[in-house]
Ligand binder design. Structure first.
Ligand SMILES: Cc1ncc(COP(=O)(O)O)c(C=O)c1O
Length: 671
């Protein structure tokens, strides 16, 4: 990589996308097509006349806000990027859509049971989000799902005075967890501990007797139907959770023995997250409904059929069964589930149960957007190369070694007709040159020449290959090899952990300058000193793309990128790699006139806080440094003023944001 001047006749250094490519990618303004906003945005995101991203909380263009404007507003208030934005009004639309889809499916097929959505708190445990879900859910008849004791304690407090809210308790349970569930039942709450193994059933029975409650009990079954995609292992015979059918029958026997068969009220399964193929959903729901009808035949009082989570998000907007898309719509999902349950119940002559979904991702993914700034770029630029091979003679007039001469020869022969051949020759010569250098037979100066020629040749090859149809695969790969690296003010591990852990793709795009054609391709690198701290997979309608179309950076002007649909799983799975902490999180409201206001800002972690998480005592650290400064003053290696300056900087560093705070302004200092 370099910043050397242009070789004559090559593309302008300010572009690594040709004008033709830019046009193919939708370079006509605005860039909706380039970034496929309409495909994945689901009507919530669009590009406005000023080339900035607009957020439409209810998909209505007359009630939209400007995302760039909002980020600038936060900056003015002292909250610099990176910042995570939560749009509660958008969440409200998504939750209402879910309710509407099931209500319509129920009405259309004259299904006799009801529907309740239950939000699994683990998908986004942030208080502000769970409070929003809980408040909106109260109006929509939705409940909450806890997957652990801490989650249950939060849920119990959030649903005070709402005894009818369905609370489903999943996850591993010891007696304490079950004790809380039984006490909540005593309070009159609609709480259902879901038994995942027979030990849990015994605990439920013990605690129910102890507190004299007649509990509602759920069972999670291990379906034979295997899920699909990344989380396929959540179901199927080797799944980690759930009762085998023999254990379900044992549960029925034990409950019957105690005269408690009516307590078995909920049948649950979870086939895995991000189900991208509707056929798997239908298969699993069918199996679950069959088990339900058999349980009814055996006299159990089951009235809730909980199909678990898994409703997918179309992250790339391709509407396919690609793992990060889904080949169905919300309406199709609801209609398929309702219809499948109904037909199996009708066949068996059993009542239609209330259908429960535990959709987490599909409820909260869209309401969060992460905005971060680009700090700088590494780019590949062509070099001016010597006119003849003699120009390669090194210091002391040392003859160029063979691989360097071969590489130069490939460069001079480079033409449309010899493209692939010259590229192969160049690759071989470069490999040989690297070996020659390692063995001590090439000088550093000659090695540097090798790099210059190779990358200039690669750029020129890529340029000449543009017109080829079909383009040889090896030349097509040059696009990935030659793109820029944009360094971003974020930690992938903290804010987008699934990019790193499971190669998840999220829609990422600039939130401004979208009235200009992007002229560069880039991968993104984060602030951590970890080679995995990068994003090299971007959405594409056909597969994944290994670069993102971006704009040339301008001096002294922030370039802001947004990662969209990041509201599910990212916040709590994120970690403190390199001690980059939580980003600021702003809960944004949008009024009827399309004006935004900040309901709440949760400040990101300070350096002191993240050090504290790692058991450091920030005050103690400052004390130690102060002692060293005093010694330096005493020995005369530092002045008092210098020592004071250093200690002040240290203390304000401890109180500061863990991310880079360029241009945060005075108000931003100390955060
Ligand atoms: C039991 C259970 N229910 C619901 C969910 C939420 O799934 P999703 O976010 O895919 O809807 C999960 C997630 O893994 C789960 O384990």
């Amino acid at each position: 990589m370099s910043t050397a001047p242009l070789a004559s006749g090559s593309r302008s250094s300010s572009e690594n996308l040709s004008p033709e490519e830019a046009t193919v990618m939708g370079a006509d303004q605005p860039q909706a097509e380039t970034y496929a906003v309409e495909a994945w945005g689901d009507g919530f995101f669009a590009i406005g006349d000023r080339g900035t991203v607009q957020v439409r909380p209810d998909r209505d263009p007359s009630r939209q806000i400007d995302l760039h404007d909002l980020v600038n507003g936060l900056r003015e208030r002292g909250y610099a990027t990176p910042v995570l934005l939560h749009f509660g009004d958008l969440l409200s639309t998504v939750m209402s859509d879910l309710r509407r889809a099931f209500d319509e499916a129920i009405t259309a097929s004259e299904y006799q049971g009801g529907y309740a959505g239950v939000f699994p708190v683990k998908v986004n445990q942030q208080r502000g989000v769970v409070e929003d879900v809980s408040r909106l859910g109260a109006q929509l008849g939705f409940g909450l799902e806890a997957g652990s004791k801490p989650e249950l304690l939060a849920v119990l407090a959030l649903t005070v005075d709402q005894p009818d809210r369905l609370i489903v308790c999943n996850g591993f349970k010891e007696d304490r967890y079950i004790e809380f569930a039984m006490l909540a039942a005593k309070l009159g709450r609609a709480i259902v501990p879901v038994v995942e193994n027979l030990d849990e059933l015994h605990l439920v029975l013990e605690q129910a007797e102890r507190f004299d409650v007649r509990p509602r009990i759920g069972v999670r079954v291990n379906l034979n139907t295997q899920g699909v995609g990344r989380w396929a292992g959540s179901s199927g015979i080797r799944a980690k959770f759930g009762l085998t059918l023999a254990e379900v029958l044992e549960t029925v026997r034990l409950l019957r023995e105690r005269g408690m068969l009516d307590c078995l009220q909920l049948l649950h399964c979870h086939m895995g997250s991000q189900m991208h193929d509707i056929r798997q959903v239908v298969g699993g729901v069918g199996e679950l409904a069959r088990i339900y009808s058999e349980l009814r035949r055996l006299g159990a009082g089951v009235r809730y059929l909980d199909v678990g989570g898994g409703l997918g998000i179309d992250y790339d907007g391709s509407q396919t069964n690609f793992p990060f898309s889904r080949n169905y719509t919300l309406d199709e999902y609801a209609a398929s589930v309702v219809h499948r349950v109904q037909s199996i119940c009708d066949e068996a002559g059993v009542p239609h149960p209330t259908i429960v979904t535990e959709s987490g991702r599909a409820m909260v993914a869209q309401q969060s957007v992460l905005v971060f700034d680009v700090l700088g770029a590494n780019t590949f630029e062509p070099h001016t190369l010597p006119e003849t091979v003699e120009g390669l003679v090194g210091p002391d007039r040392e003859e160029p070694p063979r691989p360097l001469v071969d590489l130069y020869d490939a460069w001079t022969r480079l033409a449309p007709e010899t493209l692939l051949e010259c590229w192969h020759d160049a690759e071989s010569a470069r490999t040989e040159a690297l070996n020659t250098f390692s063995l001590g037979y090439m000088t550093l100066e000659h090695r540097a020449e090798v790099e210059k020629i190779f990358w200039t040749l690669a750029l020129r090859t890529r340029e000449l290959a543009q017109g080829m149809d079909p383009m040889p695969e090896e030349l097509a790969e040059l696009d990935d090899l030659l793109c820029d690296v944009y360094f971003c003010n974020l930690s992938v591990f903290q804010s987008l952990p699934d990019c790193w852990a499971i190669d998840q793709v999220f829609p990422i795009m600039p939130i401004h300058r979208l009235d200009e054609a992007p002229t560069r391709r880039a991968t993104l690198a984060d602030l951590t000193c970890d080679s995995d701290g990068k994003i090299e997979r971007f959405i594409d309608r056909e597969d994944v793309k290994h670069w993102l179309p971006v704009h040339e950076l301008r001096p002294d002007e922030p370039y802001l990128l947004g990662a969209f649909l990041v509201g599910a799983y990212q916040e709590t799975l994120g970690d403190l790699h390199n001690l980059f902490g939580d980003t600021h999180a702003a809960h944004v409201r949008i009024d009827e006139e399309g004006r935004w206001w900040i309901e709440e800002i949760i400040e990101g972690d300070t350096v002191s806080e993240v050090l504290g998480y790692m058991q450091y005592d920030p005050a103690g650290l400052a004390r130690r440094l102060r002692a060293e400064c005093e010694n330096s003053v005493k020995s005369g290696t530092m002045t008092v003023a210098e020592s004071r300056g250093l200690l002040r900087a240290y203390e304000s560093g401890l109180a500061g944001y863990t991310y880079l705070e360029r241009g945060a302004g005075v108000a931003g200092e100390g955060r």
